[in-house]
Write a protein that binds this ligand. Structure first.
Ligand code: ZN
Length: 507
C-alpha cells in the first residue's frame, strides 16, 4: 500500500505547489477514527470558542493542527459521462491570491445561489464560485481523488473508481471492523462516501442505502433517515426518501425477504437501547444499524425555528427544547466504538483494528439556514463527542491506545461566514457577545465556500500526517494587509494518507 499511497499523492499534487510526501512513510496504525464536522471551517470554530468561553477539545495540546484545501475537480455538479474527463480545472484550485483578494465589489453576489448576499470582495466571490460539496469532498477523503460536486466515490467521468480502493474497502481488505455514524441521514453524502458507497449522484439515496447495507463491508451504520419518524421524533406517515420500503421492512422484521439485508443487520431505534450500547451494558450485535427515531437530523430540524436563511434567527442556542427520545452524537459514537473495538466483543477481538467515521452533519445544515445558534448546538455536540472518543481510547477495556490509534478531526468544506462588518472590512473576524451568547457575525451565503478547513490529528501517525502539509497559504494585499493560514495539504493527500493508514496493518 505504501507504493499506492506515494503514487496517488504524486498524481494529485501535480496542480499544486509540490506536496512532498515521499520522505514520509505511514507508520503502522491499528485503529483509525475520523470525525467530520460538516461545514466546520475556521470561523465556525471561532464562533464556538466565543460561545463557550473556552477552547474546543481539539485545541488542547494533545492535537496537532494543520489546514486542508477542499476544492472540487471542476465547478459543476454532474458527471459528463465522458471517460477520461477527470482533469483538474485550474480555475477552482485553491489559490491564496484568489481566496484572500480584497478588491471591493459593489452590489449583490453574481454567483448562482448567492444573489441575496452582497458580493463585498473578490475573494468572497471566488470562494463562492469554486466551492465543493460534501459528496465531492467526502469522496476525496475516502479515495484520494478529486471529483465533481454530488459524486459519491466516482471519478470525474462518473466511473466508480474500481481501480482505486476507497477507505472502506481498504479497511475491509486489512481485516478491520468498520462503521459510520452521522447526526443527519445515514445515506447522505458524507456517510455514504466515507461508508464506501458509489454513485454518480448523492441524490440516489435508496440505491446508496442498498449498497451500504448490501456489500457487507460495513459493520455499523448509524444516523437519522428513519422513514417512520419526523424531525421532532414523532411518528409520521412513512417517507422512504433515505431508504427503500423493502429494505426498511426487512430491517424492522429482522428478515431478508427482499434481499437487501443478507448480512442480518440488527436494527436499533430506541434511545434507551443505544444508550445501553454506549454504556457497554449490553453486547453489540455483529452487524448494527442504529437508525434513530428522526427523519433528517437528531436535533437541528426540530420545531421552533425554520431552515430559511432569509429570515432572521434570533434565538440563542438551546432555547427550543431538544428532542428527548433521540440519542446524542456522543452516545451513538460510543455505541459504535463499543461495537467495533471493545475487547469483550468477540468479533472485535478477532479483528485487526477498526475504522470509524463519525460526522457532525447538521453543522452544515444550520449554516445553510444561516441559523448560527443551532450551528453552535451542533458544534457543542461534536466537541463532546471528540472528548468522549479520547476518553474511550484511554479506557483499559478497549482495543485502542494512542500508540495504535489515529484520531483525525476535520471538516469537508467551509461556508462563507465572517464578522458583523465584513461587507466593508475584508475577512473581519467574529465578535464575542459573551459566554453563552451567539457572537456577532454576518453570513455571506446560504451555501459553501472554498476556504481552507482545519485538520486536527492526535495519536499514532499524527506527526506524519501533519508533515504532509507543505503548501503555504499566505497573501499580502495592495494595502499591505497580510492574510493566510500557513501550511496546508490537500484533502486528497489526507484521503491517501488515511487509506495507507488503514492498510498499514499494525500488530
Ligand atoms: Zn452543505
Amino acid at each position: 500500500m505504501k507504493s499506492r499511497f506515494l503514487l496517488g499523492a504524486a498524481l494529485v499534487a501535480a496542480p499544486f505547489a509540490a506536496v512532498s510526501v515521499e520522505a514520509q512513510a505511514v507508520p503502522k496504525i491499528k485503529n483509525v477514527i475520523v470525525v467530520v464536522n460538516d461545514g466546520g471551517g475556521p470561523t465556525v470554530y471561532d464562533a464556538y470558542r466565543m460561545f463557550k468561553g473556552k477552547l474546543p477539545v481539539t485545541s488542547t495540546t494533545k492535537f496537532k493542527k494543520t489546514w486542508v484545501s477542499t476544492h472540487p475537480l471542476r465547478p459543476d455538479s454532474t458527471t459528463n459521462n465522458t471517460p477520461g474527463t477527470d482533469a483538474q480545472d485550474p480555475s477552482v484550485v485553491y489559490d491564496s491570491a484568489k481566496f484572500w483578494d480584497t478588491t471591493p465589489i459593489a452590489g449583490p453576489s453574481t454567483v448562482s445561489g448567492y444573489g441575496n448576499y452582497p458580493a463585498a470582495f473578490a475573494g468572497y466571490e471566488w470562494s463562492r464560485f469554486a466551492h465543493p460539496d460534501s459528496g465531492n469532498t467526502a469522496s476525496s477523503l475516502s479515495n484520494g481523488v478529486k471529483t465533481y460536486n454530488n459524486a459519491i466515490n466516482v471519478d470525474g467521468s462518473g466511473d466508480p473508481q474500481t481501480t482505486i480502493v476507497d477507505l472502506l474497502q481498504a479497511s475491509r481488505k486489512a481485516g478491520k471492523r468498520t462503521g459510520i455514524v452521522t447526526t443527519v441521514e445515514f445515506s447522505d453524502a458524507t456517510p455514504s462516501a466515507l461508508g464506501g458507497a458509489h454513485n454518480i449522484a448523492r441524490a440516489n439515496r435508496q440505491a446508496i442505502a442498498a449498497e451500504m447495507f448490501g456489500t457487507g463491508n460495513l459493520d455499523v451504520i448509524a444516523g437519522a433517515g428513519n422513514p417512520d419518524f419526523n424531525n421532532d421524533g414523532q411518528p409520521q406517515t412513512a417517507n422512504y426518501n433515505w431508504i427503500s420500503q423493502n429494505l426498511w421492512t426487512d430491517l424492522k422484521n429482522g428478515t431478508n425477504i427482499f434481499g437487501g439485508n443478507s448480512w442480518n443487520f440488527r436494527l436499533v431505534q430506541d434511545k434507551s437501547e443505544i444508550v445501553d450500547l454506549a454504556n457497554g451494558s449490553v453486547p453489540a450485535p455483529e452487524k448494527l444499524a442504529m437508525i434513530v427515531k428522526a427523519f433528517t437530523s437528531l436535533q437541528f430540524n426540530r420545531s421552533g425555528d425554520t431552515t430559511d436563511p432569509s429570515v432572521p434567527h434570533t434565538k440563542e442556542p438551546f432555547t427550543d427544547p431538544l428532542n428527548t427520545n433521540i440519542p446524542s452524537h456522543k452516545e451513538m459514537t460510543l455505541a459504535a466504538l463499543n461495537a467495533l473495538g471493545r475487547t469483550s466483543n468477540p468479533k472485535s477481538g478477532k479483528a485487526k483494528g477498526f475504522y470509524l467515521m463519525t460526522e457532525a452533519g447538521a453543522v452544515d445544515r444550520a449554516e445553510h439556514a444561516n441559523n448560527t445558534a443551532r450551528m453552535l448546538e451542533e458544534m457543542q455536540a461534536s466537541d463532546e463527542t471528540v472528548q468522549a472518543i479520547i476518553d474511550w481510547v484511554n479506557r483499559d477495556d478497549t482495543d485502542a491506545t494512542w500508540n495504535n490509534t489515529l484520531l483525525v478531526v476535520t471538516a469537508d468544506h467551509d461556508h462563507v461566514l465572517y464578522g458583523p462588518d465584513a461587507d466593508r472590512i475584508p475577512f473581519q473576524g467574529l465578535k464575542s457577545n459573551g459566554v453563552g451568547k451567539t457572537p456577532r457575525h454576518k453570513w455571506f451565503g446560504p451555501n459553501h465556500g472554498t476556504g481552507l478547513v482545519p485538520l486536527y490529528a492526535y495519536g499514532r501517525g499524527a506527526d506524519e500526517l501533519i508533515a504532509l502539509a507543505t503548501n503555504v497559504d499566505s497573501y499580502t494585499d495592495g494595502e499591505g494587509r497580510t492574510f493566510g493560514h500557513g501550511n496546508y495539504l490537500d484533502q486528497t493527500d489526507v484521503g491517501n494518507f488515511l487509506k495507507a493508514a488503514v492498510a498499514s496493518q499494525a500488530d
